[in-house]
Design a protein around this ligand. Structure first.
Ligand code: SIN
Ligand code: FE
Length: 291
């Protein structure tokens, strides 16, 4: 079962004691969730208007490229747009500060990817099974191959009405892999180049990305698996922050509204124990290199 371990950190940029740092990296790499119940991301008074589902229009999420400031998916006027960008870039910076203090070992390897704002209520949303994050899955995205790099995500529940964000957590990555790998065939020869040529992928979809995407899809598509696999529920309170490797941790978000999320990529070699990476686990189980 996935562990949720709590750290008392109450500020985004404050040194974390050595014992907590050692615990943190171990929990993350073993596929646990690191929870900061006292770490609240402050929404400024002028930003309160942004806490409305209309801000994201049809796309449900707004995404920011923190290095260029480009915003996607929002449907607000220019004044609100600037406030939205401010709030999201503040979260991008704060999450970076937090990681520097909690897992300094990752600092040189971390690559900051998209920031997202999620103002839509999850419960009752209609999507295809493949896009349905209320079903247990490990993260893998068709157009963004990581080529083995890890996906580390920082979440903050900024719900102004005190509502929780409700997750489910499933079995370990190794158990997921052992269960589904036998029925997954390898990538079709030449498909990586074809996907790239057609610009379906932003970079080459390696064999690793192929297997991860298949795991993601098979997990979500298997209703019996969804109902029968060992799982636990956890409701993240409003005003808290958490982080986890979502490419490794079987997770589902079943309810909740108003969250901020920051994605990071991390090379496997930046880990304290690279043998815990999905890449290494899949390579061991399949007996071959995947990138
Ligand atoms: C997900 O990564 O599946 C969704 C998590 C969330 O929005 O809480
Ligand atoms: Fe996910």
């Amino acid at each position: 079962m996935t562990d949720i371990i709590t750290l008392p950190t109450a500020s985004w940029n404050q040194p974390v004691p050595t014992a907590d740092r050692e615990l943190a990296i171990d929990v993350l790499e073993r596929g646990g969730v690191l929870l900061f119940p006292q770490l609240e991301f402050p929404v400024l008074p002028g930003e309160a208007l942004l806490l409305s589902p209309e801000v994201a229009g049809k796309t449900k999420n707004v995404s920011l490229n923190p290095s260029t400031g480009a915003l996607r998916g929002s449907s607000v006027n220019d004044a609100a747009l600037q406030q939205l960008r401010n709030m999201m870039s503040r979260f991008a910076t704060s999450s970076r500060d937090l990681l520097r203090n909690v897992v300094p070992r990752y600092e040189t390897g971390l690559e900051q990817a998209r920031t997202s704002f999620r103002p839509a209520e999850i419960r009752g949303r209609h999507t295809s099974p493949r896009k349905d994050d209320t079903r247990l899955h490990v993260d893998s995205f068709p157009s963004s191959p990581t080529q083995g790099d890890r996906i580390l995500r920082v979440f903050a529940n900024i719900n102004p009405h005190g509502s929780t964000r409700n997750w489910k957590l499933g079995e370990s990555f190794e158990d997921v892999a052992r269960r589904f790998l036998p029925s997954i065939s390898g990538p079709v020869w030449g498909s990586d180049r074809m996907l790239r040529l057609l610009r379906i992928t932003k970079r080459r979809r390696t064999a690793y990305d192929h297997y991860m995407l298949q795991l993601h899809d098979r997990m979500k598509a298997d209703s019996a698996y969804q109902s029968q696999v060992a799982q636990s529920a956890y409701d993240f309170p409003a005003g808290c922050t958490w982080m986890t490797f979502t490419d490794q941790v079987s997770h589902a978000a079943i309810a909740g509204q108003y969250a901020l999320e920051q994605t990071y990529h991390l090379p496997v070699n930046s880990m304290l124990d690279p043998s815990r990476a999905p890449l290494r686990i899949l390579e061991t189980l399949l007996g071959r290199e995947l990138t």
